[in-house]
Design a protein around this ligand. Structure first.
Ligand code: CDP
Ligand code: CDP
Length: 223
């Protein structure tokens, strides 16, 4: 289902950026501030990676990955104003952040057919709510029409430190490399996105900067 913001009453704020740039934290804070729904598109790719691992499928076997996605019931919804996700009725929860999932998620995300299916699910959210959606291609591919786009970044050293502090094994450089170089919807800075380098910023400072820019852009939720 293609999005057409001109005919849509709902608004979307796109927050893209590499791993551990602070997307989830800032998107959560911003969505609470605005009363918008927070949607993390990354969990959809992670859920597929998690399911592929459980099925014993090799993450680089594109055909098997696509076949698996077609066979499972990856269900994205909303409950109590929160985005929800289940696979075959099961909520994978914290397992989506495991080092095993981190190590294969970029491989399954490379596949064009995978992206078609998951992007369609992402777009459906805008039919029912104002959203803050985070990911890699939200401003460039999923909702290119939105005037509210941010690309938040930080140096690889700072991002690696942030992830290490969380106690999670995650080869950020490897994920960045695959995510940026894939053929379909690579991670890019959308032409009209505001870029914020958060290396030296606290989460509160990043949030304040985004709100300031949204106000300048005329987001009516801030009037
Ligand atoms: O939170 P973090 O940045 O570490 O990862 P994430 O946003 O949960 O995304 C996990 C992986 O999913 C990324 O490394 C990408 O391979 C993929 N992804 C994507 O390709 N496109 C998106 N819109 C979101 C995530
Ligand atoms: O979603 P993404 O992987 O981009 O990042 P995150 O999960 O929101 O942030 C990764 C870690 O860095 C979290 O523990 C945040 O609290 C921390 N962080 C920070 O200390 N300062 C920032 N400006 C951004 C994130």
């Amino acid at each position: 289902m293609a999005s057409d913001l001109n005919h849509n009453q709902y608004r979307v704020i796109a927050i893209d950026g590499p791993a551990a740039s602070g997307k989830s934290s800032v998107s959560q804070m911003l969505s609470e501030y605005l009363g918008f729904l927070h949607v993390n598109s990354g969990v959809m790719y992670r859920a597929l990676a998690w399911s592929v691992l459980r099925a014993g499928i090799h993450a680089n076997d594109d055909c098997a990955v696509v076949e698996h996605l077609r066979a499972i019931d990856l269900c994205c919804g909303i409950s109590d104003n929160k985005a929800t996700l289940t696979v075959g009725g099961v909520d994978p929860g914290g397992e989506l952040k495991s080092s095993e999932v981190n190590s294969v998620v970029s491989a399954v995300s490379r596949v064009a057919e995978v992206r078609d299916v998951l992007v369609a699910k992402q777009r459906e959210y805008l039919n029912v709510a104002d959203i803050v959606m985070e990911g890699r291609d939200i401003g460039s591919v999923v909702f290119p029409e939105t005037p509210y786009k941010f690309y938040i970044d930080a140096s690889i050293e700072v991002r690696a430190k942030r992830r290490m502090k969380e106690g999670i094994v995650d080869d950020l450089a490897q994920r960045d490399a695959v995510d940026s170089s894939r053929e379909t919807s690579p991670m890019v800075v959308a032409d009209d996105a505001a870029v914020i380098d958060t290396s030296e910023m606290t989460l509160d400072e990043v949030l304040a900067e985004i709100i300031d820019r949204l106000r300048v852009s005329g987001l009516d939720a801030l009037e």
